[in-house]
Design a protein. Structure first.
Length: 326
């Protein structure tokens, strides 16, 4: 099979011919129909998120069709399923035992520790695969598997915040804005000051305002979600909050956060991160998305152009989400 492999972080992905993977007990062999490209894939490619596995086949928003199941599996061949970032947990550590498998100390992640979807075929643990909502095409549903799932977990961490700010208007924000609007919240988009395209896109999706992320918005926020990996956005978002508000950092990596006066945190403002997802998050969001309904905007790239997709995300040049097609 053809796959895009990362031999060493910092080097470009390389098109390789690999043997078809063999499903181990509990695993499904999938033919990849589409695979979303995530900001995390950029961090893996650039060495900001690391693992000991070599080479890495990235990609953790996999839409695939089951070709064959390994021993002990029950999903029939021909079933379309999705594979997200959380690929395996031990099920026994204190985090798994308390409903927080997203924090599992032994967790393995798809497209990092486990084979990903930048390939024609892959294998995945059946227990971490999900039925996908009907009514979505393969390309359209792919971004729901990380941008959607982890974005939704971040949105839940804002509680009942009515005035919501989204910092960085890429794949996750374009999905989560739709969910937040559906829930009756007011959404303000914050982008690079001169990113007129992202601002127009945000307004088109129903955001109440769209403007410079380093400047205050038109009204104080009850919560902000920072999707962009730029640490300077954290104090900026904090300054945009009303008292009692929360800044949720939803990315896996971010540049250093500059210092800020304690007065900006005072009055019970909070800063927190969101890490990974639980399988419950996945089931909840995949049930919710068609009810909103979430409509994704995607730009497709052929598999061998994965580097171009990563470069476009790095540059903030994608409207909505990027998806690879084998
Ligand atoms: Zn665990
Ligand atoms: Zn992701």
């Amino acid at each position: 099979m053809r796959a895009m492999v990362l031999d060493e972080p910092g080097r470009p992905l390389r098109l390789a011919e690999l043997p078809d993977p063999e499903p181990a007990p509990g695993q499904l062999l999938l033919r990849v129909l589409a695979c979303g490209v995530c900001r995390t894939d950029v961090h893996i490619r650039d060495g900001e998120v690391t693992t000991d596995v070599r080479p890495i086949v990235p990609g953790h928003q996999i839409v695939g069709v089951v070709e064959r199941g390994g021993p002990g599996t029950s999903t029939p061949p021909g079933t379309r399923i999705g594979v997200p970032w959380l690929g395996w947990t031990d099920g026994t550590c204190r985090f798994c035992a308390s409903g927080r498998e997203n924090l599992c100390e032994a967790a393995r992640f798809t497209g990092l520790d486990l084979p990903g979807g930048f390939a024609e075929r892959t294998v995945a643990d059946e227990r971490f695969c999900f039925a996908l909502p009907e009514g979505y095409g393969d390309l359209d549903v792919a971004p729901l598997l990380c941008a959607g799932l982890i974005g939704h977990r971040a949105l839940r961490m804002t509680g009942d915040a009515r005035r919501l700010g989204l910092y960085g208007f890429g794949a996750a924000a374009h999905v989560i804005a739709q969910v937040a609007l559906h829930q009756g919240r007011t959404v303000h988009a914050f982008t690079r000051r001169d990113d007129a395209a992202a601002q127009a896109f945000a307004l088109e999706l129903g955001c109440a305002s769209a403007g410079d992320a380093l400047a205050p918005g038109p009204e104080p926020l009850d919560a902000a979600i920072v999707f962009a990996p730029a640490g300077e956005l954290v104090p900026a978002a904090l300054r945009a909050l009303d008292r009692g508000g929360v800044v949720v950092c939803a990315g896996i990596h971010m540049s250093d956060i500059p210092s800020f006066p304690y007065a900006d945190l005072w009055e019970e403002r909070q800063i927190r991160s969101v890490a990974n997802l639980t399988r419950e998050d996945a089931r909840d969001f995949l049930a919710l998305a068609p009810r909103v309904p979430v409509r994704t905007t995607v730009t497709t790239f052929p598999l061998e152009r994965a580097e171009d997709a990563l470069a476009a995300i790095r540059a903030g040049a994608i409207e909505g989400a990027a998806v690879l097609v084998p």
